[in-house]
Design a protein around this ligand. Structure first.
Ligand code: ARG
Length: 457
């Protein structure tokens, strides 16, 4: 394909380093689709006769059939583009040599990879939405289950289990939005850029754009052939999504421990230990955490690859594909397993309840004192003293002797008797976005719309 100017062929060592077919073979459907669009474009400007055009189109269809039957397996070619072209020669003979007119592998690979990425984004979006809907379904079941809410890993205030789950659903909506936003910039057509300076033939790039389902046409060929911002952006979106899954996983690992016991993993999503017969290990969640690190590694490797490059194509860019594929593959493995594991989690509402201790009412007490006219800073200090007394006496916060409470502040006794139930406490935080039933129900409804399949609204 490029050997004309060399007396000798490439060394085996160079070939082994240079070949990208083992990674990029999966771009063949995109390479065939882009080639067919290119054949039309060449036909329209008279580079191909109508007969040549139809030979090439039929030939590309047969190439696609052969590739679908595994023709790429063990093929000796340098990359997917040379593979498709060689197979086309086998199908249609010398006219295959006209396909590459006015085109370069530089604009070709950028086009193929963008096409592949558009499809991959849509699949990942569907997986993220499916996880989100599962979290939502579990939240609907968990609206009446109350447990301690934590900050700094310390019991802070009572919240609904549904509310905790929804805190992990909202990031998924942002992930979908980020992917949808990045998708717009992925859908910019580089084809027709040639190697760096544009195509030598007046092909209609707008028609190419429409034929291949892109949104716009790249503005500068040198930029378009060397631009991998779309890979970086999508890898960042995937990294952040992976990080969200990791945080959800970290929380479940904690709650599945015997110490918390808030949830129990279903048999089909638990693993055992080869030594410890009693173990029910949360491997799904641990691997979810670890895989997020791997996706971050893909992003970092891509950015490090890009930063030293001048404008235009450099062979360094060939490395983009293994990173992007790896990130999508990784999340494609994680998401179905995580979704299944969340769908089948058994919730132990008694353990959640049992973890609620009266210290979680400290803020409620301080708020009640505020209602009795005490400035908040002062009421915070007064309740702090009550906490200290409770700790000293070894009793729950609401069991401090009334006389002791009254000594701290005369309004404390009344406040203690007004505390009410755990539900009252949760309902007390009714601001939009708070943990009250109304707020949780509003969120459930908003999230239902934001997590519908078929793209984020
Ligand atoms: N296999 C190459 C890649 O993935 C295709 C582009 C090669 N371009 C070139 N001028 N050698 O980046």
């Amino acid at each position: 394909m490029w050997g004309g100017r060399f007396a000798l062929g490439p060394s085996e060592a160079l070939d082994a380093l240079n070949r990208s077919l083992p990674v990029d073979h999966r771009l063949w459907p995109q390479d065939v689709a882009a080639s067919k669009a290119w054949v039309h474009a060449l036909g329209r400007v008279g580079v191909l006769t109508p007969t040549e055009e139809s030979h090439l189109l039929d030939g590309l269809d047969r190439v696609a059939e052969r590739l679908a039957d595994g023709a790429a397996v063990g093929a000796p070619d340098e990359d997917v583009h040379t593979l498709v072209e060689r197979l086309l020669y086998e199908e249609v003979g010398a006219v295959a040599g006209k396909l590459h007119t006015g085109r370069s592998r530089n604009d070709q690979v950028a086009t193929d990879l963008r096409l592949w990425t558009l499809n991959a984004i849509d699949q990942l979006d569907a997986d993220l939405a499916a996880l989100g809907r599962t979290v939502l379904a579990r939240a609907r079941d968990g609206i009446d289950d109350i447990l301690p809410g934590y900050t700094h890993g310390q019991r802070a205030q009572p919240v609904r289990w549904a509310y905790v789950l929804l805190a992990h659903a909202w990031p998924l909506v942002r992930d979908r939005q980020r992917l949808a936003d990045a998708r717009r910039r992925v859908a910019e057509l580089p084809l027709g850029s040639g190697a760096l300076a544009g195509s030598g033939f007046p092909v209609d790039r707008v028609l190419l754009k429409e034929a291949l389902g892109f949104r716009s046409v790249s503005a500068n060929a040198l930029d378009a052939t060397g631009d991998r911002d779309f890979v970086a952006e999508v890898l960042f979106a995937l990294t952040l999504a992976g990080m969200h899954l990791s945080r959800l996983a970290a929380e479940v690992v904690l709650y599945a421990s015997a110490e918390f016991g808030f949830v129990k993993l279903a048999d089909e999503f638990s693993t055992g230990s080869s030594l410890l017969p009693q173990k029910r290990n949360p491997d799904v969640f641990e691997l979810t955490r670890a895989k997020a690190a791997r996706v971050l590694g893909d992003l970092v490797a891509l950015l490090a690859t890009l930063k030293g490059l001048p404008a235009g194509y450099s062979k360094d860019l060939q490395e983009d594909k293994s990173l992007l594929f790896d990130a999508f593959d990784t999340l494609g493995l994680v998401l179905p397993a995580l979704t299944g594991a969340i769908a089948t989690l058994e919730v132990n509402r008694d353990r959640m309840r049992a973890a609620l201790d009266a210290s979680l009412r400290a803020t409620d007490l301080a708020d009640l004192l505020v209602e009795a006219g005490v400035p908040f800073r002062e009421s915070h200090g007064l309740v702090g003293r009550l906490v200290r007394e409770a700790e000293r006496a070894g009793v729950p916060l609401d069991r401090v002797a009334p006389a002791v409470a009254a000594q701290i502040h005369p309004a404390l006794g009344a406040a203690l008797s007004q505390l009410g139930t755990w539900e009252d406490s949760v309902e007390g935080r009714a601001t939009p976005g708070g943990s009250s039933r109304k707020s949780v129900e509003d969120q459930l409804e908003e999230l239902r719309k934001a997590l519908l399949p078929g793209g984020v609204p």
